[in-house]
Each structure stands twice: as C-alpha cells, then as structure tokens.
Ligand binder design. Structure first.
Ligand code: NAI
Length: 463
C-alpha cells in the first residue's frame, strides 16, 4: 500500500466516514483508520441504528397487541419472538455497516483496520489486533474518535445485568423490572423499547424534569405522554450506587428506599474518546472533559491536526458530526466550509417522537429576546386523526419584531421528520409567515407546522 496520504481520518463513525468520503470527492487521497471490524461507529453498530430498529419493532408489537382494534383489525395470539426481533436489528446493522464499506470502495477511500495513534504531525501509527504496526504519513490528520458511556461513581457495570445502552440493545429476555439511570435521550428510548415489550420500567433522574435542556413545556407534555404509556419516573433523585444482589440488582438513591430490579441501564451521558491517541505526547490541547479543543475551523493547536464530532465541544449528535466532518475537509481542500449550529435539530425517537431545533422559550427569555409563539395540536389535524396519532403539538417561536423563526419544538407522530422543514426554513433565515404561506399538502402531518406558523401570526385556521 502507498502510505502517503493527504488526509488520515481516525474513526469511521458518522463524522469520520462522511468526512473521508467528502474528502475523496474533493480529490484528496484519504485513509480512514478504524479499530472495529465493522464501519459506522457507535451510531451504526451500537447506537442510533440498532436502537431505532428495536424502537420500530417494539412499537409494531405493541400496536398489534393493543392498538389495531381501533382500526377494526382483530388480531389474536400476538406473541413476542425476541430472538427474531434481535436478529432483524442485527441484520439492519450488518446491511448498513456493509454499505459504508461499499461507499469507501466506490469513492477510493483506503480503509485501515487497527487502532490509530498520532505519532507526530503528519504521522499516524496503526496497531492491528495481532500487534502489528504500520505507519501512515499524511499532510493532515482528522480526529473523529467519538465518545463512550460516562461512568457513574458507585454504579458497578458488569457488562450484563448492570450495563450501558450496548447491553440494553441485546437483553436475551424481557426484564421484569428495569431501572434506567438518567431521563435523557438514551434512557427514554431504550426504556420505551423494553416497556413496550412487557417490562416494568422505572426511570430515575437527578433533575426535577425529564430531558433537561429541552423546552420545558414540551418536556412536561412528553413526561405526561410517556407516563400514560406506563413508564414510571422518579425525579429529583440522585443515584448513589447500583450493584448486583443475588440474581438481581439493587439501585441506591440518595434519601430514598433502594430499588430492587433485574436490569439496570446507565444512561447519564457520554465522554469524548481520546485515550491512547497520543494527544498529550504531540501537545494537542484538551478541555476539562477530555475533549479536543478546536477553533471555528476545527483546527487543534497543532498545525495539520483537526477534530470533529463527539470528541469536540457541542451536542453529541451523529448529524452534527457529519456536518462538521464535511465542513472540516472542505476547509482543508478549498478554504471554505461552514456549519450552521443554529439549525441543527435533535430528536428523541420515542412514540410519539420529540423533536427540537433552535432555541427553547427558556433560552430566549434568558437571552432577553422578545418572541412570539404559535402552537398547534395534532388532535386538530385531519391526517393525524385518520391515522390515529393525535397526541402532541407543534410550537414555533419567532422574533417578536422581525418574525424570523428562532426555534421549533414538536411532540407528535413523525416529529423527527417534520422538524426538518423548520430546520431548512431556519437555515434560509425564514420568517414564520414564510412557513405559513408555503403550500403544504392536504391531508398531511406537515400541516401542523404550517398551522403553528399561522398561529404565530394572525391565527391558525383549524382551531
Ligand atoms: P443525556 O445527557 O441525554 O441524559 C443523561 C441524564 O442523566 C440527564 O437527564 C442527567 O440529569 C441524568 N443524570 C446524571 N447523573 C445522574 C444521577 N446520578 N442520577 C440520576 N440521573 C442522573 O445522556 P444520554 O441519554 O446518556 O445520551 C448520551 C448522548 O447520546 C447524548 O448527548 C445524546 O444526545 C446522544 N444520543 C442521541 C440520540 C438521538 O439523537 N436520538 C439517541 C441516543 C443518544
């Protein structure tokens, strides 16, 4: 193999592999170093994709058991085949990770299997599983090593009963009682999966609300909807410890009775992956969380070394990492590249989905920005009624003077897709009136967005 490259990307997650492909499109000679046999990183192997496969499968199972009667469909003898469900998830992961390998070939990206370590500017040493090393020389290095689960003092992870999202994607049987530590994105998504499959699920959260950081009004509504589905929440409760006890586990909470259960999912955040990368030796500056410090062009303090995604500041989201990867390699190849951080959506794939873009009401108040809001419920939308998904609402926040859209928050069926419309509108600097005046197909769920935009002005039509 010719070992001279224009760019060596370390990590083949959504940030790294997308950056590698974009760099190849821009005619750079690119290698991507990844220690896992399958490409795609946490997102494809043990994150976004397998969790969405299980969310869909568990939703279908639950709907077949409980909801189809409302459509005049009588289904008898619905049974769970957990092994079959897990196999479908694994097949999906295999197809998508294989797809990335195919894209690398198609674009001429050199894939290097092994652990990458920066040995100096322009030098990456790759150690494979059998201990062999090879040195790659390159003009530029891009760190895209992602993140891993943050440990919590006192919680004794055993890779089985007390585990992380990785274990919770493959429990061999439905837990009787699952305790989730953390009412964030992972806790709510994977808690929902096992609750739908029959587990009793208790979510313990340190703050007095779920999804801290999200718009409070929608967070409150989300809690009510999830409680109705059967999730139970212990808020304002700090987990002190979790350990094995006989065949099960015990979770200790400050000032409260301990909880006995048979599975514990730790989901209290993630930390940047920087161990063993050689950063200290090469002098790459890191922040308090261990994150790699970069400037607006994703440059570290060492010339020729860049970083993107979960390993740097900002939200830990696959699509944020992708945008940064593209902007970073475009900056390297052309001198131009940009990420619009104001219009990056975030989605929680519960049912209904919870999606946000831009600023929350609390953030606008804190910044002293005068805003108006328009809100519209799914229960007043014809399509939502027809498909039996009337829970939730759309809220659009716009500047009080200019009408420019500042944020949108949606709970409802397909909210994760509906939010894209507002994200695009925001990227173009649209006003609420622009959204309201754009024609939306009838009947469609997207009309809820149009109506919320109308409500931010003279008023919605259908309520
Ligand atoms: P998170 O930051 O979303 O939520 C963690 C929660 O744990 C917080 O609510 C926090 O207050 C709580 N917590 C912390 N210490 C606690 C304690 N001692 N006792 C009780 N509660 C405690 O983190 P999560 O869910 O682990 O997700 C990690 C990252 O992965 C996030 O950045 C998330 O955005 C990303 N992710 C995104 C997904 C998506 O976009 N759909 C899906 C899954 C993960």
């Amino acid at each position: 193999m010719d070992q001279q490259f224009d760019l060596v990307v370390i990590g083949a997650g959504p940030g790294g592999y997308v950056a590698a492909i974009r760099a190849a499109q821009l005619k750079l000679k690119v290698a991507c170093v990844e220690s896992e046999a399958r490409l795609g990183g946490t997102c494809l192997r043990v994150g976004c994709i397998p969790s969405k496969a299980l969310l869909e499968a568990s939703h279908q199972y639950h709907a077949a058991k409980h909801d189809l009667g409302a459509f005049g469909i009588e289904v008898k003898g619905v049974e769970l085949n957990l092994a079959g469900m897990l196999k479908k998830k694994t097949d999906t992961v295999e197809q998508l990770t294989g797809g990335v390998a195919h894209l690398f070939k198609k674009n001429g990206v050199t894939r290097v299997l092994g652990h990458g370590k920066i040995a100096g500017p322009g030098k990456v040493v790759v150690t494979s599983g059998d201990g062999k090393t090879e040195e790659l020389t390159t003009k530029n290095i891009l760190i895209a090593t992602g993140s891993s689960v943050a440990k919590l003092a006192g919680v004794e992870l055993d890779g089985d009963r007390i585990g992380t999202s990785t274990e919770a994607l493959s429990y061999p049987e439905v837990p009787k009682h699952m305790v989730v530590i953390g009412a964030g994105v992972i806790g709510l998504e994977l808690g929902s999966v096992w609750q739908r499959l029959g587990a009793k699920v208790t979510v313990v959260e340190y703050f007095d609300r779920i999804l801290p950081g999200m718009d409070t009004e929608l967070g409150t509504l989300a809690k009510r909807i999830l409680e109705k589905q059967g999730l139970s929440f212990k808020l304002g409760a700090r987990v002190k410890a979790a350990r094995r006890s006989g065949d099960g586990c015990v979770v200790e909470i400050e000032g409260q009775e301990p909880i006995q259960c048979d599975r514990v999912l730790l989901a209290t955040g993630r930390v940047p992956n920087t161990d063993g990368l050689g950063l200290a030796e090469v002098g790459v500056a890191q922040g308090k969380r261990g994150d790699v410090i970069v400037d607006d062009h994703f440059r570290t303090n060492v010339p020729g070394i860049y970083a993107i995604g979960d390993v740097i500041r900002g939200a830990m989201l696959a699509h944020k990492a992708e945008e940064e990867g593209i902007a970073c390699v475009e900056l390297i190849a052309t001198g131009y590249g940009h990420v619009d951080y104001n219009s990056i959506p975030s989605v929680v794939y519960t049912h209904p989905e919870i999606a946000s873009v831009g600023r929350s009401e609390e953030q606008l108040k804190e910044a002293g920005i005068a805003y108006k809001k328009g809100s519209f419920p799914f229960s007043a939308n014809g399509r939502a009624k027809a498909i039996g998904n009337t829970e939730g609402r759309v809220k659009i926040l716009a500047d009080a003077k200019t009408d420019r859209i500042l944020g949108a928050h949606i709970i409802g069926h397909a909210a994760g897709d509906l939010i894209a419309e507002v994200a695009v509108a925001m990227a173009f600097g649209a006003s609420a009136e622009d959204l309201a005046r754009a024609s939306h197909a009838h009947p469609s769920l997207a009309e809820t967005v149009k109506e919320a935009a109308l409500a931010a002005g003279d008023g919605a039509i259908h309520i």
